[in-house]
Design a protein around this ligand. Structure first.
Ligand code: AMP
Length: 511
């Protein structure tokens, strides 16, 4: 590929004022306007009003906009409006590269609505499903390909997909692709497209990292930034629940009972944690489904469908779901774990309060998560108020104590000091847990006659953090322990002892 790409920001659009307020004034053709009307859009969102004329003019675009702002239509409407049609067995003429299968499915949905008016054909190339139908679609020829990087690279390597005719390239959620380690794949894919192409880069944020890594892919782009990167939609009320680690599960169940367990997304750090939380919720009689990177495409699609249909009320998700996925009417979001990347918080809570609806979000924060919470407040430039209905919710022995006089501008401990403080707090918690486990074992060793298993308490939900080396159990002792276990622990007896604490599992790869 000839080197052509370089400078950034010939024009920057940042303000909403002065943007056109009617789709008819953006330069779209009648068939694109018909698609707009099919989709039920009445007025362009700011990112659409700013991007559509620039894309129609043929310039490269780098756009950052708040999550849920209508960016999919912002790039699909003008591109499909000016795209030619591939001959039989040829194409694609346009490629949209996106980080996850869910985003690809969502882009496909909008693309299908527009293609119904423009007569283009769209093909989705994602992992987790069989290759053959994708190969067949490519052999037939298509105008638009929507792909995730891994599967696209496979199909390029096997000679099934040829990008030499691509006139328009869209890099969707570019920052997410970088976070997920797709930069080498992105570069390889882009190098297979002609240097004369038009490139549109859409990203939740245009951080220095994104700009540095992608500036060679765009050519003198218009830069569009509508909202500050730490801006959450105004229609979302946010609260924090200061809590201790071991009380999180019971508190979540209590919150779901109080606030309703329908159309709720619970975000956690880590795939195994998502599964573990789902098991807890089911035992408490709450219908839920996990969604994370270890679930295959069908499982993920089925979870989303069941959630959308109201069959399951609660989705328990890792950050894979935080960006871009559009599920209407999410009543509220719970961050059971504070995300370690403050921007992920904005994306997570952006799942509720979409397209002007009201939504709210509750973030559980433990002493170990205090600094991650403060990072979020710093990013947003405001404090998150404490959840006002916390009375009666089990918060555990040592919940986070938040300074009511804190400000987002406060200096926070540096990386090293922060790690030391967090490690100390974690050790303190583990020592507390060990004490509780020890006293529990003692109690079990002397069971009281006629004692019945009671309602679970925060204490009773603490799993042992480490296997007790060399501990051997007689059958009788084992029977005794099983009897003394809380009801929802029944059936676990055959499981290996000493699983790691749920919160200790890793999450999405980070920069
Ligand atoms: P996106 O940012 O592309 O994920 O879109 C977020 C949501 O906004 C989706 O439900 C879109 O259908 C909806 N949407 C996009 N553009 C408009 C518009 N101009 N008017 C109303 N809703 C829109």
């Amino acid at each position: 590929m000839a080197k052509r790409r370089s400078t950034i920001a010939s024009t920057t659009i940042t303000a909403e004022k002065d943007l056109p307020t009617r789709f008819e004034d953006l330069g779209l053709s009648n068939r694109a306007l018909a698609a707009v009307s099919d989709m039920g859009y009445e007025a362009p969102t700011p990112v659409q009003a700013a991007s559509i004329p620039a894309v129609l003019a043929g310039t490269d675009v780098m756009a950052a906009a708040q999550t849920g702002t209508g960016k999919t239509a912002a790039f699909l409407l003008p591109t499909l409006d000016r795209l030619g049609h591939a001959r039989h067995g040829q194409g694609p003429l346009m490629l949209v590269l996106t980080p996850t299968r869910e985003l690809a499915a969502q882009i496909e949905e909008v693309a299908n609505a527009i293609c119904a008016r423009t007569g283009h054909t769209a093909t989705v190339l994602v992992g987790g499903v069989s290759y053959e139908p994708q190969r067949a679609a490519l052999r037939k020829g298509c105008d638009l390909v929507v792909a995730t990087p891994g599967r696209l690279i496979d199909l390029i390597n096997s000679g099934d997909c040829n990008l030499s005719q691509v006139e328009t390239l869209v890099l969707d959620e570019a920052d997410r692709m970088l976070d997920m380690g797709f930069l080498p794949d992105m570069r390889r894919i882009v190098s297979k497209t002609p240097s004369s192409r038009q490139t549109l880069l859409f990203s939740a944020t245009l951080s220095d990292d994104v700009l540095d890594n992608t500036k060679s892919l765009v050519n003198n782009p218009v830069r569009i930034e509508i909202a500050h990167k730490g801006t959450a939609a105004e229609t979302i009320d946010q609260y924090v629940l200061p809590i201790s680690h071991e009380a999180k599960n019971d508190a979540l169940i209590e919150i779901l009972h109080r606030e309703g367990a329908e159309r709720v997304i619970v975000f956690v750090r880590g795939k195994h944690r998502a599964d573990a939380v789902c098991r807890r919720l089911r035992k408490a009689g709450i219908e839920c489904a996990p969604i994370h990177g270890n679930r295959n495409q069908n499982q993920r699609a089925s979870a989303l469908r069941r959630f959308a249909d109201g069959e399951v009320g609660v989705l328990v998700a890792t950050d894979i779901l935080a960006r871009g996925i559009d599920i209407p009417n999410v009543s509220y979001v719970v961050n059971l774990d504070v995300p370690s990347d403050a921007e992920d918080y904005i994306h997570r809570i952006g799942r509720t309060g979409r397209a002007g609806e009201y939504g709210w979000a509750l973030t559980f924060a433990t002493p170990e998560e205090e600094f991650d919470l403060r990072d979020i407040e710093r990013l947003m430039g405001k404090n998150i108020p404490v959840y006002p209905r916390a009375q009666g919710i089990p918060l555990g022995e040592k919940p986070l104590v938040l300074d009511p006089n804190r400000t987002p501008a406060d200096r926070l401990p540096g990386k090293k000091e922060r790690k030391k403080l967090v490690d100390e707090r974690r050790e303190e918690r583990m020592a507390r847990t060990a004490e509780i486990v020890a006293s529990r074992s003692q109690r079990r060793a002397q069971p009281q006659r006629g004692a019945k298993p009671g309602r679970p308490t925060a204490e009773s939900t603490i799993p042992p953090e480490k296997p007790k080396a060399g501990r051997r159990h007689s059958k009788a002792a084992s029977r005794q322990r099983t009897q003394a276990k809380r009801p929802e622990a029944a059936g676990r007896a055959g499981r290996p002892q000493g699983r790691r604490h749920p919160g200790d599992h890793g999450g999405m790869p980070r920069r």
